[in-house]
Ligand binder design. Structure first.
Ligand SMILES: Nc1ncnc2c1ncn2[C@@H]1O[C@H](COP(=O)(O)OP(=O)(O)OP(=O)(O)O)[C@@H](O)[C@H]1O
Ligand SMILES: [Mg+2]
Ligand SMILES: [Zn+2]
Length: 151
């Protein structure tokens, strides 16, 4: 634990190495709102040896599910998820962008079958990672502004 900008937490999750400027979008993904019940520290624009600048989020008494981690991988592909137990990093995982992005992004084409009232989960193939470009497997529409289209 090298940085002491916030009080260490006993148990919870640290989302580290978030691309600078993306922390607020990550908060939205993990459902942190004004009615939050966990203590959350948000560090914006932190100097980092690895990344130049990064954002960090520390959440007490909360772990993330795989769907949340997949969404984070789309907007912060270098993020690490650190599970803190008894003040120590008990587990560190690097987020991994899925090859096929299923059920977490809405297609931008209003005529796409996934936007009709059909029980069809959206599905995109990752065409490029940096910057992120997705292609809808149903209508071929290219999706670039993914952060605003998360389900
Ligand atoms: N008890 C704690 N409370 C709050 N934050 C913590 C705690 N323990 C570790 N962290 C934070 O979790 C992140 C990962 O901790 P770790 O000790 O693995 O750092 P590191 O060696 O710099 O890891 P990395 O190589 O992933 O940057 C860091 O941002 C660190 O500040
Ligand atoms: Mg570090
Ligand atoms: Zn589509």
């Amino acid at each position: 634990m090298k940085d002491f900008r916030v009080t260490p937490i006993r148990n919870g999750t640290v989302i580290d190495h978030i691309n600078c400027g993306r922390a607020l979008k990550v908060l939205r993904i993990i459902g942190i709102t004004e009615s939050v019940r966990s203590t959350v520290s948000i560090l914006l624009h932190v100097p980092s040896k690895k990344d130049g600048w990064k954002d960090v989020i520390k959440i007490e008494d909360r772990e993330l599910d795989s769907r949340e981690v997949d969404k984070i991988s789309l907007i912060a592909p270098r993020a690490t998820i650190n599970i803190i137990r008894d003040f120590n990093v008990a587990q560190k995982t690097q987020v991994k962008m899925p090859e096929i992005v299923k059920g977490i992004v809405r297609c931008g084409n209003p005529n796409c079958i996934t936007n009709m009232n059909e029980p069809v989960e959206t599905e995109f193939v990752v065409e490029a990672k940096k910057p992120l470009v997705l292609r809808c497997l149903y209508c071929d529409r290219i999706q670039e502004d993914v952060a605003d289209r998360l389900i």
